[in-house]
Design a protein around this ligand. Structure first.
Ligand SMILES: [Fe+2]
Ligand SMILES: [Fe+2]
Length: 192
């Protein structure tokens, strides 16, 4: 793969992320490798995608603006001014620009790690789930999600995790991204 080596990527990430977020990113990378062994996807891609998935998390509005212009990125109305959602889409361009990652699987895994989408690839599923269950995560139900994920039930883990997220969003009176609904419904039909 024609991209920077891991050490150089981590060095660059140190300037982009708070220490806690860098630790989280390394945890996601390691967790994604474990999951990729179970579900049969490329370990190197899983590690790399995990490492860089949150690289745009602390972007300022000006930095976002630069990328939107440079890559002609169309943020949907929910993503505009919402870094919690847009960092994944923006991040999928930043990894090409800053880390020279051109692999489409990795780009999509970063792009959809927050909302998911219909018909996700195994790598997309692995990164989304590793982001939820990496060893630093601590929320009610995380152990059950780990059990499912490491027990060969990745789709069930994803459905449960979407259900949690959607319930949380409703309880907090926030908008639900339509991609998350589509992702959940698709998985439920896939799992029948
Ligand atoms: Fe993220
Ligand atoms: Fe994350």
């Amino acid at each position: 793969m024609n991209n920077l080596n891991t050490e150089k990527i981590i060095d660059k990430l140190k300037n982009m992320l708070k220490p806690k977020r860098l630790k989280h990113s390394i945890n996601v990378a390691n967790c994604a490798v474990k999951l990729s062994e179970i579900y049969g996807c490329d370990k190197d891609k899983a590690y790399l995608a995990g490492l860089v998935h949150d690289c745009a998390k602390y972007f300022t509005n000006d930095q976002i603006e630069v990328y939107v212009k440079k890559y002609d990125i169309e943020l949907d109305p929910m993503e505009v001014d919402n870094i919690a959602l847009s960092h994944s889409v923006i991040g999928s361009y930043v990894i090409q620009d800053v880390f020279n990652i051109k692999d489409v699987d990795i780009i999509n895994a970063v792009r959809y790690h927050t909302t998911g989408r219909e018909n996700m690839s195994i790598l997309e599923k692995v990164i989304l789930m590793a982001d939820m269950i990496e060893e630093g995560r601590d929320f009610p139900g995380v152990d059950y999600l780990r059990e499912l994920s490491f027990g060969g039930q990745l789709n069930k883990a994803l459905i449960d995790s979407f259900n949690n997220t959607i319930k949380f969003v409703i309880d907090n009176d926030q908008l639900i991204h339509l991609r998350s609904i589509s992702a959940r419904n698709y998985l439920m039909q896939e799992n029948r």
